[in-house]
Design a protein around this ligand. Structure first.
Ligand code: ADP
Ligand code: MG
Length: 291
């Protein structure tokens, strides 16, 4: 049977917008030593906007944008949504239909359109060396500003660089500093580049970050963290975060996250409110003392 102290902690949590899917998660939270965070949609608002487009000589921005957005309109990635929105505001034509299209999780999208082979995604997806040299190394500078960079490749040649900016949530820094005061180690796991990861982790004031994580790497990193710390939580919002949420001792989902994340998580932050994590830990520690 459920203890009165546990019941009281669960109902206290619910009043504050913290949903515990059972008493055992409170018990696990009370012994927590580390928390891993997803970046996009968790530490940041998850609504990136296009800030820069650099097009290679001999190509028109219009063509690049039309074909890129036409391909991205078949992807559900937050970066895809931002590119589509930007294109709709800029272009007069309606989108084209790709002959084929493949969403490669953690890398980008690949498509055939007008009998041309297009690839849109991170540097390693289009060739790291060529991406690094594109436009005198413009991507590195943009990334140090915290922007996410996406390369566009047509028939094997890089034709454009698109930079997108997402904002760190207003309450993120406070949430992280509250956790630090409780002795919790904080780390960000992101699929984004080294420079972008470093910039965002710096803005959020996390203890550490791991960049260029493929979806399957996030699970590996969590397993390593679990060897080092007694209990480890993972906070995420996306479909891609579900395996990591399941691997953590406590999976925490953002309330406005994907259905899969909400189903997989042990704890749900009903209002996407990161400072509630620290409150949840306080509740769990108090409960543990009473029991
Ligand atoms: P995160 O873990 O930060 O959410 P992802 O693993 O989803 O990142 O993606 C990693 C990188 O792959 C992105 O930063 C981007 O460069 C590239 N990428 C992935 N999907 C897309 C897409 N649909 N369009 C453009 N780039 C993409
Ligand atoms: Mg996310």
């Amino acid at each position: 049977s459920i203890m009165p102290a546990t019941l009281s902690a669960i109902s206290n949590g619910a009043r504050r917008g913290i949903l515990f899917k059972g008493g055992v998660h409170l018990e696990n939270l009370s012994h927590l030593q580390a928390i891993a965070f997803d970046k996009t949609g968790t530490l940041t608002k998850g609504k990136p906007e296009v800030t820069d487009i650099i097009v290679a000589d001999g190509y028109s921005e219009e063509e690049i944008l039309l074909k890129t957005a036409s391909i991205e309109s078949h992807s559900t990635h937050p970066l895809a949504n931002a590119i589509i929105k930007y294109a709709k505001n800029t272009l007069k034509q309606s989108f084209l239909n790709p002959e084929s299209m493949e969403d490669v999780a953690g890398w980008g999208v690949k498509a055939t359109i007008d009998h041309e082979e297009w690839k849109i995604g991170k540097a390693k997806f289009v060739g790291a060396k060529a991406a690094e040299n594109f436009a005198n190394g413009a991507a590195a500078q943009m990334a140090t500003e915290g922007k996410t960079t996406v390369f566009v490749q047509k028939n094997g040649e890089i034709t454009a660089l698109i930079a997108l900016q997402d904002v760190v949530r207003e309450e993120t820094k406070r949430a992280i500093s509250d956790l630090r005061k409780q002795g919790i180690y904080t780390i960000m796991l992101t699929g984004d580049s080294q420079n972008t990861g470093k910039a965002i982790a710096g803005k959020a004031e996390l203890d550490d970050y791991i960049a260029e994580c493929l979806p399957e790497n996030k699970v590996e990193h969590l397993k390593h963290l679990k060897e080092k710390y007694t209990n480890v939580a993972m906070v995420g919002d996306g479909i891609n975060d579900a395996p990591a949420l399941a691997t953590a001792n406590v999976g925490i989902a953002m309330g406005e996250g994907s259905d899969v994340a909400l189903e997989t998580a042990d704890v749900v932050l009903m209002k996407n409110d990161l400072p509630r994590i620290s409150e949840a830990i306080t509740l769990s520690r108090r409960m543990n003392k009473i029991i």
